[in-house]
Every structure is written in C-alpha cells, then in structure tokens.
Design a protein around this ligand. Structure first.
Ligand code: ATP
Length: 308
C-alpha cells in the first residue's frame, strides 16, 4: 500500500534521506522509528506529496506520489508533528473547515464531522475552542481531521509525543480501532517501546538510512537483544558459577549483589535449564528472576555507532 524505491532527499549537501526502500502492506501498522533529524518527517512529507524527493520513487496504493498527487492526496491522511494555532476556532468549526477544504458537500459535512468526533471520543468538546484542548485531545482532534475524507492510508508524524501515559493509551486504542477499520497506518516516533505493542512492522532509520526493518520479534533478534536472569543459590556460589558458565546457551555469568547475573541470547527458554542444572549439581535454587534488558537501551546501543 505504501512503497518507496531508493528514495533520497538532499538539502544542499545534507543527505536527509538516502536510498530508502520501504514496503508497507495494506492493513498494517508500521512504526517508523528514529532519533531527531533521522529523516522521518522528510519521508512522510514526500509520501504526503508535500515535498519533492531529490531521487527515487514513492507509491501509495500503486500511484506515483510525484505524478498523481491529487489522487494520492485523496487516499492519504497526513498528520504533521505540529498542529498550528487556531485562535478562537471551535472544534466543530475546525473540522467543518477541513471538510469544506476536501470538497465534501455541505449537507454531508455535519454527519461526517459527528462521525469523526465520535470515533475520536471528542463529542463532548464539540463547541470547545481548539486552543483550549489538552495536548492529548488536540492529538485526537488532529486524527479526527485526517479522517474527514475517509483516507485508506494514515501517515502520522509523532502523534504520541508529549502525551501523558493515559493519553498515549487512548491514542493507541484509537489506532487499533482504525486498523480494524482497514486503514494502513504509518506512524513515527523516536521511542521504539512506545510503538512496540501496536506495530505489525517496524523500520528504524538513522541519518537518512534504514538500519533495520522487520517485525518486532525480528527486530529483537536482529538487535541481538539479550536477556538476563538473576539467580540466587544456597551454599557454594563458586560451584554454581562454574556449573552455569559451562552451559552453552549462556553468554556470561557475573556475581552481582549476592546473586549471579546470567546473560543469555533472546529466544532461549533458559529458566528450566538453569534450575535443573543447579539442582543436579546439588545446589538449592532460592531465586530465579528474569530481567529483560530494556528494548530502548538496546536500540540506543545499537544505533550509536552503526552508521558513523
Ligand atoms: P524529528 O524527530 O526531529 O522530527 P526527523 O527524523 O523527522 O526528526 P527530518 O525532519 O526529516 O528528521 O530531518 C532530516 C534532516 O534534514 C535533519 O538533519 C534536518 O535538520 C534536515 N532538514 C529538514 N528540513 C530541512 C530544510 N527545510 N532545510 C534544510 N535541512 C532540513
């Protein structure tokens, strides 16, 4: 539904985007992750027909975004990272304005505006001033706005940034609902864990280049995310150290505050093996506590040095 082929954008000498190949299937939620300045907004603006690439091609629903801008815009709802200021404009006026901008017939506008207000749970704010809304509500209003012309594809630039946890959950629920409605959704964030629960696929971009892409599981595997288990035994800790170190699945054993910290590669069912091995060696296991290394830390470690 969304595809780019060697998409590149230069601002003078600055390579904002370099040979980006992207494929997002219909009905997917695709998380586009990268630190500030990585090239997320540049990509999204090109897909929304607001920016011309220097090189490469981009397609939405099989249509070339550079050649068939009008048809593409009908299919895309683009929500920028900043909404702008709307002095004295009420919520329903704001939405009716966009309905008019999309050439929706006057007599149909009211019903459509009511529909998107209901979907985004903003009916109670119909007559509130846009500027008086909380950040979470403003983000929901931003989503209501991009849904006005019932686009197949949603391109959302950091919709969850600056939201408190509750508002973030509300946005997540709304995105799930939109997926159920059959929308294809591309959503950016600079925090991987923020999107981990809702995305079917994730792409990680750094300095204009895609450094990883795949499902969350694939990302975890590709990143070589390791898991850690804290083990406490009664009795001879040196013997436990020796026994655990000899297991092939285990990468490292280290004493840590009276525990043994055991690091192993993600994907191994390790707790049973550890317990069994220790018991067979005549050691009593007092505690066995799994601790997954934070995904975001792994992401930071990984992207730090990968392209420099
Ligand atoms: P953020 O999370 O901060 O929004 P981003 O991943 O969306 O970052 P982009 O906004 O696409 O990143 O920017 C990519 C690079 O291009 C950055 O180095 C940025 O400074 C640069 N850039 C973006 N727009 C322009 C412009 N109009 N003129 C010159 N440089 C630009």
């Amino acid at each position: 539904m969304i595809e780019t082929q060697k998409l590149s954008k230069y601002y003078g000498n600055l390579a904002a985007l370099v040979d980006l190949d992207l494929k997002i299937e219909q009905g997917d939620i695709f998380g586009f992750i990268g630190p500030n300045g990585a090239g997320k907004t540049t990509t999204m603006r090109i897909l929304a027909t607001l920016l011309e690439p220097t090189r490469g091609r981009a397609f939405i629903d099989g249509l070339d975004v550079m050649r068939t801008g009008k048809e593409v815009r009908r299919r895309v709802g683009y929500m920028p990272d900043f909404m702008g200021v709307y002095d004295d404009l009420k919520v329903f006026e704001y939405l009716e304005f966009f309905a008019a901008a999309f050439n929706i017939e006057r007599k149909k506008r009211k019903a459509i505006v009511e529909g998107v207000l209901e979907l985004t749970d903003l009916q109670g704010k119909r007559t509130a001033a846009v500027d008086s809304l909380s950040r979470g509500m403003q983000q929901r209003l931003g989503l209501a706005r991009v849904l006005i012309h019932d686009p197949k594809v949603l391109i959302l630039d950091e919709p969850a940034s600056g939201l408190d946890p509750r508002a973030r959950i509300e946005i997540r629920e709304l995105l799930r609902e939109l997926k159920r409605m059959g929308k294809t959704i591309m959503i950016s964030s600079h925090i991987l864990s923020e999107l981990e629960e809702i995305c079917d696929h994730v792409g990680i971009i750094e300095h204009g280049k895609m450094v990883f892409s795949g499902t969350m599981d694939e990302i975890r595997r590709q990143m070589g995310i390791q898991s850690k288990m804290r083990v406490r035994v009664a009795g001879d800790r040196d013997r436990a150290f020796e026994v655990l170190s000899s297991l092939p699945q285990i990468k490292e054993v280290r004493p840590e505050d009276g525990y043994l910290a055991v690091t192993y590669a993600e994907g191994h069912e390790i707790d049973g093996t550890i317990a069994r091995t220790l018991v067979q060696a005549g050691l009593d296991v007092i505690a066995l506590e799994p601790e997954q290394l934070k995904l975001d830390n792994a992401f930071l470690q990984l992207t730090k040095g990968i392209v420099h």
